[in-house]
Write a protein that binds this ligand. Structure first.
Ligand code: NBG
Length: 831
């Protein structure tokens, strides 16, 4: 409480809050101070890692000040807050990003250099914060950057996993997983708030009583209590003093250990409770677009949601406003169905704890929440067995049944006698056992539901949620096309291109208004500019070639066409189709004379991505890629016209090296399966062309950059059902070129073919669910067009420039403004 503070403290605080001079000398003083005090090291013994830590702590000091000022000013202004609930935040590294966003890179860079270090080496010491799987988690990170940069009073809420996404290594071409113990050394990017804790209960029973007003009330008495401890991760905006917060919860035992048992000599049992509590936030589930119904995952979800809502409600209560004002002060965005229990938890808080009437509470709840759907894949839809929910969260299960009852009564009123519709809309799936359908609960408890690209948002209205459209009308469903932050994905990842753009546009304004990149269009035919553009791309390719050499041992030629597919390995993303086409290319090259090969465009085909540890087919795809690479890379008879590389352990900081170096990147999912994709945006922003299907955000990228600058192929989303039907019930002949490739694998050309039979079977006896055979012909034709286009280097460069110039729409700033205006009704609040 500021009013009660000693004026002396206030005046000191204000002095301290004034931005200090961040010149080189002050940086160096702080650097040395952190080496000798924070790190307790001698100045005679500073290695790159200590230099990283000392620099990071200097930046952290700055962040903390801005963070404090931001929170202070938000407390005073008390604007409507936005809360982004996400089980994943794939932040990657923080130092470079913070230096750039705070505008400290130049001075601190000189300071570091002056002390005898190379900034690149210092930055390279940082381990990624890898608390996410793929697109969904990285989207959350990009959105936090935009929320901060646009001055929105926003908070992220997530879990502080002790182990992030596993590290991937290769052994004999197979993926092997290693734990990601990212907190091994200290993490300067989090502020432990050991005093900010919430007790979260599980299990137990529900008791009823009648209150003074004669109403029946419920009390939930859990039989297990676990403590949530807050760790805050400051997120600095670019070109603003605003610094927002991601609050990550860590689970701790309520009591240290059972002293009685300890004294009785039962040491192991004494610490068991502690270990069980810490289990909850121990590990990130490593599945992307796939639901695994583990009880521990449900516990994670409730633990996170309960702690976060407690925090949000506590902040609201402090303002003294009445409950009816809650939706005017609070917007909560559900990043997929993972946080859906928050809807139930808020209803429980309002009804059971605060004593509001059911309808009044439910009105507040539905005006507070909005829900983003990120996939229509059936295997990704979350549903939890009713007995499991009832056992862990008995009161929540009752509330879910009530919510469902009142909802279905309304449906019945509007559509009397449509029993089918009731069953289809019900939050409860009537099976044995029953299941809670989380997406249904999320829709019923939210005022807006959005998809993440035009096609996807249309598909959810016509497929998985079509019955809800019938009931609610289509206004409840909207689209917000995903976006990416240009700060990390151009400025930071591709400094040379960033500098070139800034130079020719005359300012860094494009970093705040990405649509101003369209001014690059007029340089698309400028000879001098094109030369510089090519030089930048070439140096990024050299950088990637060096990385590949170091991490795989394969030597690649930076003059070759770099063809890249990096993303989670999944059947729907069709890395399998890519490697099959590589075999086709290899066989064609082998059939040519060396004169003919002279005219061939040299290609380096680069793969990267993790497969979920339990995803057998995806892991076989990795093995096949590596087996093909092994044969192709050592075959001297094809004159270096083809190289195949699998880059291990793809993550955010590796992506920052890969993406700026692409000539072509592949986004080749079966039409209708990739909700949006966001790496497609990153590649094109960096002047890489796309080879893609008519899916996700590819479609909107195509719209923006034009027919001449993208290679699209394949069947359309509205053909997929018919094609699948044909595969199921008719004998559809396999594409002949594909059959040749299959024969080649089966001949043992790439090692023991029996290893690959389960994979081949997905095409032959597995009904080719992802339609590889149906798209193979047009895929190969599109590949040929790419080769032809690449032969005209001058025109290729023109295309590359136009790609970057036309990507303005895909800034996460645009996406966040759409959420703020159309869904949250939230305004910026500058510090
Ligand atoms: C993923 C989609 C991507 C999309 C990201 C971000 C899930 C469940 N979905 O296409 O597969 O780009 O979400 O919206 O991870």
């Amino acid at each position: 409480d500021q009013a009660s503070l000693d004026p002396k403290i206030v005046s000191l605080w204000e002095k301290c809050a004034v931005n200090e001079n961040n010149d080189k000398e002050n940086f160096q003083r702080s650097f040395v101070r952190h080496v000798t005090t924070t790190l307790a090291r001698s100045v005679y013994n500073i290695d790159n890692f200590s230099a990283y830590q000392a620099t990071a702590h200097t930046v952290r000091d700055q962040l903390i000040k801005q963070w404090n000022e931001t929170q202070q000013s938000h407390t005073e202004a008390d604007p409507k807050r936005v809360y982004y609930l996400s089980l994943e935040f794939l932040l990657g590294r923080s130092l470079d990003n913070a230096l750039l966003n705070l505008g400290l890179k130049e001075n601190f860079g000189e300071g570091v250099k002056d002390l005898g270090f190379r900034m690149e080496d210092v930055l390279d010491e940082e381990v990624d914060a890898a608390l996410g799987n793929g697109g969904l988690g990285r989207l959350a990170a990009c959105y936090m950057d935009s929320l901060a940069s646009l001055d929105y009073p926003a908070w992220g809420y997530g879990l502080r996993y002790t182990y992030g996404i596993f590290q991937q290594r290769l052994n004999d071409g197979y993926q092997v997983e290693f734990p990601d113990y990212w907190l091994n050394f200290d993490n300067p990017w989090e502020l432990p708030r050991l005093d900010v804790t919430v007790d979260v209960q599980f299990g137990g029973s529900v008791n009823k009583y009648t209150d003074e007003d004669g109403r029946v009330r419920h009390v939930w008495e859990g039989n297990d209590v676990i403590k949530a401890v807050a760790y805050d991760v400051p997120i600095p905006g670019y070109g603003t003093k605003n610094c927002i917060n991601i609050r990550l919860w860590s689970s701790k035992p309520k009591r240290q250990f059972d002293l009685g048992r300890f004294n009785a000599g039962e040491y192991e049992q004494a610490v068991q409770e502690q270990m069980q509590a810490e289990n909850i936030t121990a590990v990130l589930y490593p599945n992307d677009n796939h639901m695994v119904g583990k009880e521990l995952r449900l516990k994670q979800q409730y633990f996170w949601v309960a702690a976060s809502l407690h925090d949000i409600v506590r902040r609201f209560i402090k303002t003294g406003k009445p409950w009816s004002k809650f939706p005017d002060q609070v917007a909560i965005q559900l990043n997929d169905t993972h946080p859906t229990l928050a809807i139930v938890e808020l209803q429980r808080i309002l009804v059971d704890l605060e004593g509001l009437k059911w309808d009044e509470a439910w009105d507040i709840v539905t005006r507070t929440f909005a829900f983003t759907n990120h996939t229509i894949l059936p295997e990704a839809m979350e549903k939890w067995p009713v007995p499991m929910v009832a056992y862990l969260l008995p009161r929540h299960m009752q509330i879910i049944f009530d919510v469902n009852l009142f909802f279905l009564q309304k449906v019945e009123k509007l559509f009397p006698d449509d029993r089918d519709l009731l069953a289809k809309l019900s939050i409860i799936e009537e099976a044995t056992p029953q299941f809670v359908r989380m997406a249904h609960l999320a829709i019923v408890g939210s005022h807006q539901v959005n998809g993440v690209a035009e096609l996807h948002s249309n598909l959810i209205k016509t497929t998985i949620f079509k019955d809800f459209v019938k009931f609610y009308g289509s206004e409840k469903f909207t689209n917000v096309t995903n976006g990416i932050t240009p700060r990390r994905w151009l400025h930071q990842a591709n400094p040379k291109l960033g500098d070139l753009i800034t130079e020719v546009l005359g300012s860094k304004n494009w970093l705040k208004d990405l649509s101003s990149l369209n001014q690059l269009e007029k340089f698309a035919d400028d000879k001098e500019f094109k030369k510089q553009w090519v030089t930048v791309k070439r140096s990024n390719k050299v950088r990637l070639a060096e990385y590949i050499k170091t991490h795989t041992g394969v030597v690649v030629n930076p003059n070759a066409l770099f063809d890249i597919q990096v993303k989670r390995i999944h059947e729907y993303k069709r890395q399998f189709m890519n490697i099959l086409s590589v075999i086709h290319r290899y066989n064609s090259l082998k059939k040519m004379s060396s004169e003919e090969r002279c005219d061939v465009v040299k290609r380096v085909i680069i793969f990267g991505g993790k497969a979920a540890p339990g995803y057998y087919i995806a892991k076989l795809v990795i093995k096949l890629i590596n087996s093909v690479a092994e044969v192709v890379n050592k075959d001297e008879s094809i004159d270096d016209t083809l190289k195949v590389v699998f880059i291990p352990d793809y993550n955010v900081s590796v992506a920052e090296i890969i993406i700026p170096a692409s000539d072509i990147s592949q986004h080749i999912s079966t039409a209708g399966t990739e909700a949006s994709g966001t790496s497609n945006m990153k590649f094109v922003l960096n002047g890489g062309l796309i080879l893609g299907t008519v899916d996700g955000a590819n479609i909107e990228i195509h719209e923006e950059i034009g027919d001449d600058n993208i290679f699209m192929f394949g069947n359309l989303a509205d053909q997929v059902e018919d094609l699948r039907h044909a595969h199921r019930y008719r004998n559809v002949p396999i594409d002949p070129a594909l059959q040749e490739v299959i024969n080649d694998i089966e001949s043992g050309h790439f090692g023991d073919s029996r290893i690959f039979s389960p994979l081949i079977n997905t095409l032959t006896i597995g009904k080719d669910y992802y339609l590889i055979s149906d798209d193979f012909g047009s895929y190969l034709s599109a590949q040929n067009l790419v080769d032809e286009a690449y032969k005209n280097q001058d025109d290729w460069t023109r295309k590359s420039i136009l790609c970057t110039a036309r990507m303005g729409k895909f800034s996460s700033d645009r996406a966040i403004k759409e959420y703020a205006n159309r869904i949250w009704n939230a305004k910026p609040c500058s510090t």
